[in-house]
Design a protein around this ligand. Structure first.
Ligand code: GUN
Ligand code: ZN
Length: 427
C-alpha cells in the first residue's frame, strides 16, 4: 500500500541551533509512505503525478511533521501527574514512591502502560524514552503496550538499592541480573530498545552504579539514562553521600556511567568541569521544562544545545503535561527567563530531531526524509478560536505555527501515523 499525505510539510536539513535556515517547509507539500517508511517528500503536484495510484490523504493547510519524541518520562507516574505542593525529594517520597510501589501488581502496570501510551499518542508523541519501576514486570508492561501499538519505545528497569522504601529496593547484584535479563529479552525486538536505568545517585550505592557500569560495557549499543543536577538540595545530598566525588557527574563517571549514549535528565545546575566533561564524552542532555518549573528546579541553559545533544521531554509525572506542544511552550518561557528567545524552528527541532539525536536514533525517526520510519503527526494550525485568530495574522509559517506551540493541546493533533499507518481518531 502506498499512501500520499498532502499538507504543509516541515522537515530539517540541519540543526537550527547552528543555522536558523535549517528547516525546510513546503506550503503545498506531500509525503509518500510505503511499507512503514517515507519514500519521498516534495511538492504535492509533482508527487501526485509521479504516483497516481497512491491513496491520497489530503490534510489541507494542516502541518505534516515527524511525530514528537519525548526523551525522558516516567510512565508509572501517569496517575500522579499534577500532585500539589512539593519539591523534588519530598515529591518523590510523598507521591512517587507510593505510586511506583503499586507496579508490583502486573495488571496495574499493564493498565497504566496502555493508558499512558494512548494519552501521548493523542498528543502527537510517537516515541518515548521511559523509566519503569524497580519491578521487571513494569518493563514488560510498557514494552508489550508499545509493541501492540507498533511504537518505537525506549525503556528500562529503574534501579534503586538505597534511600527508597522497603518494596522499592533491589540490590547491586539483582539490578545487574534483572537489567541484563530484560535487555536480552527486549533490546532490538520490533521497535523496542532497552535502556540501562539507575534512577539517580542518591538511590544507588556506588556498588550498584558500578554493576550497571559493567553491564553497559557489555552492551555498549544500549543507552544509559539517569538524572543529573536537577535541584540544589539534591546536589547537596549527593555531596554528602559521595564525599570522595569531585561533583555530581563524577558519581557516574567514576563507575563507568559517562560516555556516548549516556542520557542525563535535567542537568540544570552544572559546574564548569561537568559541562566540559559532558561535551568531551559526547553525552546527551534532556531538558524537561514543565517539570523544572512545576517542581521548582531551575532554568536549563539552552546555550548547551550548541555543543551537546539536547532533547526535550515532559518528564511525566514531575512534568505537568503529557503534551510536547505544552513542553515546547515551557521551553520557550524558560529560555525567555534566561534572556533568550528560542525560534519556533528550534522548538520544533528539539521536540523531533533534537530528541532523536539525544536518543541516538536520528537515522530512524525525528525527521521527514526518504528512508525514515513513517511516524508522523498532522497538526491543525487553527485548532481553537483563540489560536485561529492569532494565526490568521501570520505572514509566514513560523508566525502561523507559534500560536499553536504556545496555546495548542491535543485538539491540534488532527492525525497520527505510526510505522506508516494512520491511527484511528481518538476522543
Ligand atoms: N530524580 C530521581 N527520580 C526522579 C523522578 O522520578 N522525577 C524527577 N523529576 N526527578 C527525579
Ligand atoms: Zn525523571
Amino acid at each position: 500500500m502506498t499512501d500520499l499525505l498532502l499538507g504543509q510539510v516541515i522537515r530539517f536539513q540541519g540543526d537550527p541551533f547552528d543555522t536558523l535556515d535549517a528547516a525546510r517547509t513546503l506550503s503545498q507539500g506531500a509525503v509518500l509512505v510505503e511499507d512503514g517508511r517515507i519514500v519521498a517528500v516534495g511538492e504535492a503536484a509533482t508527487l501526485r503525478a509521479m504516483v497516481p495510484a497512491a491513496k491520497v490523504h489530503d490534510y489541507g493547510r494542516a502541518l505534516i511533521s515527524a511525530g514528537f519524541i519525548d526523551a525522558h518520562v516516567h510512565y508509572p507516574q501517569t496517575a500522579i501527574i499534577a500532585s500539589w505542593g512539593k519539591q523534588l525529594i519530598d515529591w518523590l517520597n510523598t507521591y512517587t514512591f507510593p505510586e511506583e510501589m503499586r507496579f508490583a501488581d502486573r495488571a496495574y502496570a499493564d493498565e497504566i502502560a496502555g493508558r499512558y501510551l494512548d494519552l501521548v499518542l493523542a498528543r502527537g508523541t510517537t516515541t518515548v524514552c521511559s523509566y519503569a519501576t524497580i519491578h521487571p514486570e513494569s518493563v514488560d508492561a510498557i514494552f508489550n503496550a508499545a509493541r501492540s501499538r507498533g511504537m518505537r519505545v525506549f525503556a528500562g528497569k529503574t534501579c534503586m538499592d538505597r534511600n527508597a522504601p522497603e518494596g522499592l529496593r533491589d540490590t547491586a547484584q539483582s539490578a545487574y541480573d534483572d537489567s541484563k535479563h530484560l535487555l536480552e529479552a527486549w533490546h532490538g525486538v520490533d521497535r523496542l530498545s532497552y535502556v540501562i536505568t539507575p534512577r539517580f545517585s542518591p538511590t544507588s550505592t556506588p556498588e550498584q552504579l558500578a554493576a550497571l557500569g559493567a553491564l553497559w560495557r557489555e552492551y555498549p549499543d544500549c543507552l544509559m539514562q539517569t538524572h543529573l543536577s536537577e535541584q540544589l538540595d539534591e546536589i547537596a545530598w549527593v555531596k554528602d553521600l559521595f564525599p570522595q566525588s569531585r561533583d555530581y557527574l563524577d558519581t557516574y563517571e567514576a563507575q563507568g556511567l559517562l560516555g556516548e549514549g549516556a542520557v542525563y535528565g535535567h542537568a540544570i545546575h552544572l559546574t564548569d568541569r561537568e559541562r566540559s566533561r559532558l561535551i568531551e564524552a559526547g553525552a546527551s542532555l534532556v531538558h524537561c521544562p514543565t517539570s523544572n518549573t512545576f517542581i521548582g528546579s531551575g532554568l536549563f541553559d539552552m546555550g548547551l544545545a550548541r555543543s551537546l545533544r539536547v532533547g526535550l521531554a515532559t518528564d511525566t509525572g514531575g512534568g505537568s503535561s503529557f503534551s510536547m506542544l505544552r513542553t515546547m511552550a515551557a521551553a520557550y518561557e524558560v529560555a525567555q527567563l534566561r534572556g533568550q528567545s528560542l525560534h519556533p524552528s528550534q522548538l520544533w527541532w528539539l521536540a523531533t530531531q533534537g530528541s532523536a539525536r539525544a536518543l541516538r536514533c536520528e537515522d530512524k525517526i525525528g525527521n521527514i526524509a526518504p528512508g525514515m520510519e513513517a511516524d508522523l503527526v498532522v497538526i491543525d494550525l487553527a485548532s481553537t478560536p483563540a489560536i485561529a485568530q492569532a494565526a490568521a495574522r501570520a505572514d509566514d509559517l513560523w508566525q502561523a505555527l507559534f500560536p499553536t506551540i504556545m496555546m495548542g493541546d491535543d485538539r491540534a493533533v488532527a492525525q497520527v501515523w505510526i510505522g506508516g499507518k494512520p491511527l484511528p481518531p481518538t476522543t
